[in-house]
Design a protein around this ligand. Structure first.
Ligand code: AMP
Length: 480
């Protein structure tokens, strides 16, 4: 059954904005959360980004704030009434953009503040007065300390992507921020999972919340075609090129486990002719927003990202997601592949499994509650090559991906280093599925002393190189 927005009796300016967004019916989180938030109750919602949760909390908040709406230019008439906290700058930016769209026909003002950007324009906006403030915790504290943001009239606070905020270590910042807010308020907490830490946070700051859970957090979309390929670390880029080509993929997300790996991989893929951009925590805010924008506009083919940087990005309909590395945290697999196959569209999720990933795959199997079938990858034949440059050409022709200048303009030494590895005569071995590696550690069965304790024992455990102290004869006569 689909629920329509018209059942909600939203105020006209809000329904007009929703209609303009082209939403036909409510998503499950909206259908469940909006009526509850409209009553002013606290909510603890399990929902991932992409489920429509921003509208699920923004629309009822805006509706309830309409009673404060006014056209006055005085900042005093526009105190912060709703605070939305998010873990990353990109998410904050995304949510703020949506809030602006929903509020566009009202006189309610909204603003966003996050780190990595000049404080001044944010300060000016805050000083003019805003009803809805979207923020990352660190930068908000800077503004609170600078007395740019006064939060004593906040009626609603939203802790969005709360699990990620805790993962990043924002708990102390959150506690400080929450201490500035009036006790009498509505608190909404959204999280992909309800871990014990999240439950503790909710226990401390939510008042008899209504729990809303829309999809099992660990479920992966059934529209996503998932493949796990056994790929040697050195062959992963080659495998990626091949799959992109064979599947005719226009765009994809490529996930890696480290910031360093992210930057390196993006550079290599770019050199190999794929328009690639990287998204990781060491990039400046400006660079990250530009990268995201370029991907959204289709100006780049591949977005190489770390989990923290990519979590919750509102990029829909990405045809494919590559897990260049099996994620360390099995739950990140679900988040990663949630970028594809959204809203009924079909998607492809490819994971490269190397020989040392046995335990991570076992963790994934536990989470997904199914056996993962690891496939061997059939590499396309390369042409025979005599010299490295010939090899490069063969690679290029097979993939039509490389830029000839890449090789021809490079000085000789660099040329060799940058040329692709010649095809080796082997098939990637199946990933380690030897049950031995999945067993917990078992102590040896014998009682024998460990090696370092066997062998000749040194008297009093003193090294042979240290001479024992000589006994010294008493120099003093004992007292009579
Ligand atoms: P969110 O999970 O809030 O980040 O939303 C993900 C995307 O879904 C955003 O681009 C929204 O504009 C879109 N969206 C939200 N609600 C609806 C809806 N009821 N119908 C269609 N799209 C929606």
């Amino acid at each position: 059954m689909t629920a329509s927005f018209s059942n909600l009796s939203l105020a006209e300016p809000l329904s007009r904005a929703v209609a303009e967004m082209g939403y036909e019916s409510m998503t499950p989180i909206q259908a469940q959360a909006i009526p509850v938030v409209l009553t002013g109750k606290d909510v603890m919602g399990a929902a991932q980004t992409g489920t429509g949760k921003t509208a699920a909390f923004s629309l009822p908040l805006l509706q309830r704030l309409l009673k404060h709406e006014n056209a006055s230019t005085s900042p005093a008439r526009h105190p912060v009434r709703a605070l939305v906290l998010l873990p990353t700058r990109e998410l904050a930016d995304q949510v703020a953009q949506q809030v602006k769209l929903y509020a566009k026909y009202t006189n309610l003002r909204s603003a966003v503040v996050f780190g990595g950007m000049d404080m001044k324009p944010q300060t000016l906006e805050l000083k003019r007065g805003v009803e809805v403030l979207v923020a990352t915790p660190g930068r908000l504290l800077d503004h609170i300390e600078a007395k740019n943001a006064v939060l004593n009239q906040v009626e609603y606070v939203v802790l969005d992507e709360a699990d990620r905020m805790l993962d990043i270590g924002f708990l102390p910042d959150l506690q400080r921020i929450l201490s500035y807010l009036p006790k009498q308020r509505t608190t909404l907490l959204f999280s992909a999972t309800f871990s014990p830490e999240i439950k503790r946070l909710a226990g401390s700051y939510l008042n008899d919340p209504v729990t809303i859970e829309v999809a099992r957090p660990n479920e992966t979309a059934s529209t996503v075609e998932q493949h796990f390929y056994s790929v040697n670390d050195d062959d992963k880029r080659r495998a990626l090129h091949q799959i992109v080509r064979q599947r005719g993929l226009s765009q994809a997300f490529v996930f890696v486990n480290s910031k360093l790996g992210c930057a390196r991989l993006a550079r290599s893929l770019e050199r190999e002719g794929l328009k690639t951009t990287a998204l990781h925590g060491d990039k400046s805010q400006d660079e990250r927003l530009k990268a995201l924008d370029a991907f959204k506009k289709g100006e780049v083919d591949l977005l190489v990202a770390t989990d923290v940087a990519a979590r919750g990005l509102d990029i829909k309909d990405v045809p494919a997601v590559f897990n260049f590395d099996v994620p360390f945290n099995a739950e990140d697999y679900v988040h990663r592949i949630g970028r594809t196959g959204r809203a009924g569209a079909s998607g492809l999720a490819v994971t490269f499994v190397s020989g040392s990933d046995g335990r991570l795959v076992a963790d994934l199997e536990k989470l997904l509650k199914k056996k993962i079938d690891i496939e061997a990858i059939e590499y396309e034949e390369d042409k025979p090559r005599g010299r490295i440059n010939d090899g490069r050409r063969a690679w290029r022709e097979a993939g039509e991906l490389g830029d000839p200048r890449d090789v021809l303009d490079a000085p000789p030494v660099e040329r060799e280093q940058r040329a692709p590895r010649p095809q080796r005569e082997f098939r990637a071995p199946a990933a380690s599925r030897d049950p031995f590696f999945d067993q917990p550690y078992q102590p040896p069965a014998t009682d024998a002393a460990p090696a370092w304790e066997s062998g000749p024992r040194l008297s009093n455990r003193i090294s042979a190189n240290i001479k024992p102290k000589r006994k010294v004869a008493a120099l003093f006569k004992p007292e009579a």
